[in-house]
Design a protein around this ligand. Sequence first.
Ligand SMILES: Nc1nc2c(ncn2[C@@H]2O[C@H](COP(=O)(O)OP(=O)(O)OP(=O)(O)O)[C@@H](O)[C@H]2O)c(=O)[nH]1
Length: 337
Amino acid sequence: MTTITVTTTSPTSTIVSRNSPRSIDLPTLVVHSPVHREHKRRNSEPSSPTTPTTPQHSTYFTGFPSYTPDSRNVRLASRKSPKSPLQRCITLSPQPSGSSRSSFSTAVSSPYTHHELEDDNETLIEEEEDLNPFIGNSLYLRNVNMSNAAGTMKRKVVIMGSPSVGKTSLTQQYVAPPTYNASYYPTIEDTSHKTVTYNGVQYECEIIDSAGLEEYSLFPGKYGIGVHGYILVYAITSRQSFEMIPIVHDKILDYAGLEKVPCVVVGQKLDLQSERAVTTAEGEALAKKLNAGFIESSAKDNKNVSKAFDVLLAEMQKEYNPAPEKKKSSWWGWGSK
Ligand SMILES: Nc1nc2c(ncn2[C@@H]2O[C@H](COP(=O)(O)OP(=O)(O)OP(=O)(O)O)[C@@H](O)[C@H]2O)c(=O)[nH]1
């Protein structure tokens, strides 16, 4: 017969049996805290190749930096109140880079890989989000040191817009010029990498070319988290694709829970002037309204293609890291040349 010790409010302890008539209902401690859940799960799981207990990489990130609410990003703040930053050890290592294209394999990919869980990645992401609503979110990412050992900044960019506006052509022309294919093959998803230097800062860009969106398409959630900036493309020959831009923009903000994300609006197929259905002024006005950069380009003629990405890099610099010359003029660079 099992006996347990119960401490009551009386000054003495009493030994009772569960089966005895004097048994009492013991209060059950139900722990709802996600931090506790995480802790419990890790302690209870036997170590296995998929859940290594010892870090395999030498770079440690001993805690997430504090979250500083940004007045421009009130949407998220009003939805979920910021929790205190979680102090925990996560092993991080940079993802492989290069200029090759690769298929997109993970729903949430930050510039770092969480090696702690690897195969258990989806569970980790769910739990991480539970623990800290800002994780994987661009708002959150801005507070994480994104540069690798070589000082290169990681930037994840998603290209979105209606079908057949030239998203793939624009990306290919940027990543591996000169590349232009007059044939049309609808994209499901494609990821490319390119390292560029802009305004004295080296960026390792992961560029995700997404499938064309229709007005009533569900917004793919994976494009709402862990992304630093968006290229919103329409064709100057298609009014309908132009009208999709604010819809896509709104879906991004709603999903990310932000007031502003770095964006550039790109009017593609500039070479088709005779078929123009959207004026440059209209494009500019829309971009201004969305607080985004603007440019018209032609992937076919390779005109303004890299400029389109430069405009986005400028928008991202404004948002995440000021240009070095701006820093010099600020108080922390005071006195430096
Ligand atoms: N004239 C002209 N045609 C273009 C230009 N860019 C793309 N196209 C053509 O437009 C068609 C669609 O181009 P894609 O780059 O596949 O368009 P997309 O937006 O990636 O299409 P989805 O994969 O359906 O989303 C192709 O036939 C391209 O050759 C351009 O700058 N000028």
